[in-house]
Design a protein around this ligand. Structure first.
Ligand SMILES: [Zn+2]
Length: 143
């Protein structure tokens, strides 16, 4: 069950043949391929770090390359992790960078109350649903 086109590429499958877990984000400077977190941890074993330091000037052979979307998703989750509607909406907003920026900006700069934020989220949620609906329709049409 392997897809060679995805093996070892960024956000594809782990480069370890026996693993091939999806979502590989750890770049290996030696093989120039991407690995999952578990395999990267094994490759970064403490005993090999001195040699890696000599070769590459950093102790870890595999280092994570995170996408801006992942970074922003984490930032927004940190802002309001307890709000009941928050996770639901941010999950849907992950593909919409503008939305993550807007939410972060509004919460940090305008210090919205929970009620105001809830209203914003309700409106954005509607927009995001419409966007997704439009994208889905487009993809179906072009397939
Ligand atoms: Zn792996």
């Amino acid at each position: 069950m392997s897809d060679n086109k995805l093996k070892g590429i960024k956000n594809g499958n782990c480069n370890v043949t026996a693993c091939q877990k999806p979502g590989a984000t750890f770049y290996n400077k030696s093989t120039e391929a991407y690995y999952c977190a578990d395999c990267a941890e094994q490759i970064n074993w403490p005993g090999g770090r001195a040699e890696v330091m000599e070769l590459y000037g950093t102790p870890l052979l595999c280092e994570e390359e995170r996408d801006i979307v992942q970074e922003l998703a984490d930032i927004t989750l940190e802002l309001m992790p307890t709000h009941p509607r928050y996770a639901e909406v941010t999950n849907r907003a992950y593909n919409t960078l503008t939305d993550l920026y807007l939410m972060k900006f509004e919460y940090e700069c305008l210090k919205l109350t929970v009620e105001e934020l809830e209203q914003e989220i309700r409106e954005k949620s509607q927009t995001i649903s419409n966007l997704h609906w439009a994208n889905d329709t487009h993809q179906m049409g072009s397939a």
